[in-house]
Design a protein around this ligand. Structure first.
Ligand code: CO
Length: 167
């Protein structure tokens, strides 16, 4: 396994805008990619990573919100969405930058796992947002594109402070 370089919005925006191709065959290369992405995500202390973020234009993404509950998705698709939520979100490709985004409150995703099995997984709250965020990467879409507003780390810290003092 290896820790891969995560492309950044400031340096690699052209590559991050590219659309990823479907995986036709789950071969050794895809399995290695999943393994490397897992290690890369862990190293970056993130909750989700899409293959184009590590320079591989394939429809592959992983999410791990709860330790040990790693969701590895090949050719994922949102098959159901419901409701609405507005929250802050960030991206490993844009350190220190945050977007306030409107996402569905709940989504259901269909995908293939590393063993070639068809799976479905439902998510609400943070998991619903993560599904939308990572799947957007596969189409070259970043969370800042349709954001209600964009904040820096300083602004976010300030907001948190204000919220704490008002509570
Ligand atoms: Co991202």
């Amino acid at each position: 396994m290896a820790i891969l370089n995560i492309l950044s919005e400031t340096k690699n925006i052209v590559d991050l805008r590219k659309k990823s191709r479907s995986v036709e065959k789950i071969n050794k290369r895809i399995i290695n990619l999943l393994d490397d992405m897992r290690e890369t995500l862990k190293n970056a202390e993130g909750i989700g990573l899409a293959a184009p973020q590590v320079g591989v234009l394939r429809r592959v993404a992983i999410i791990e919100i709860d330790d040990g509950d790693l969701i590895e998705m090949i050719n994922p698709e949102i098959i159901y969405r419901d409701g609405e939520q507005t929250e802050m979100e960030g991206c490993l490709s844009s350190p220190g930058k945050f977007a306030e985004t409107v996402r569905p409150a709940a989504v259901k995703v269909a995908y293939t796992n590393r063993n070639g099995e068809s799976k479905e997984r439902e998510g609400t709250e943070l998991l619903a947002r993560a599904f939308c965020h990572e799947l957007d990467h596969l189409d070259g879409v970043l969370c800042f594109d349709d954001a209600k507003r964009i904040l820096t780390q300083e602004e976010l810290d300030e907001m948190k402070k204000e919220k704490e003092t008002s509570e």
